[in-house]
Ligand binder design. Structure first.
Ligand code: IDP
Ligand code: MG
Length: 138
């Protein structure tokens, strides 16, 4: 058994819509433990580093602008297989097709650029979790 850690970001749409509590509630209800919590107005340097794997893609620049548009809640979560578990609670990237019962499926829609405002970011592997936690909780 390996306890993992992961990074969740409640994106500016989640914070401005007042969904931070509901989103965190779901992770806590699943049994994951919040071990870090910060309200951050992220700058371009941090967001560029965070989304490095998407640099050069057509949605990169609008994505960074969206993420700069308001405060983000950064969350460090801990638990057995928390990385996969949180991705599962988060749902598919496109909020319109994300399954009901997931955060994106229950609260996300096609506002603005269709796939952009999907409420949460969640690390997708042990390596990205380590890298992203270092960025947001250094
Ligand atoms: P993920 O957040 O489900 O891991 P990624 O493919 O890593 O999805 O994309 C990062 C973020 O970039 C997404 O959460 C979404 O906000 C945005 N994004 C992804 N694809 C598109 C797109 O085709 N158009 C606009 N934004 C996108
Ligand atoms: Mg991703």
């Amino acid at each position: 058994m390996t306890v993992e850690e992961t990074l969740v970001l409640v994106k500016p749409d989640g914070v401005s819509r007042g969904l931070t509590g509901e989103i965190l509630r779901r992770f806590e209800a699943k049994g994951y433990v919040i071990t870090g919590l910060r309200l951050v107005h992220a700058d371009r340097a941090l967001l560029t580093e965070h989304y490095l794997e998407h640099a050069g893609k057509p949605f990169f620049e609008p994505l960074v602008e969206f993420m700069e548009s308001g405060p983000i809640v950064a969350v460090r979560l801990s638990g057995e297989r928390v990385i996969a578990g949180v991705r599962s609670l988060t749902g598919a990237t496109d909020p319109t097709s994300a399954a009901p019962g997931t955060i994106r499926g229950d609260f996300g829609r096609d506002w603005g650029a269709a796939v952009q405002q999907n409420l949460v970011h969640a690390s997708d592997s042990v390596e990205s979790a380590r890298r992203e936690l270092d960025l947001w909780f250094s």
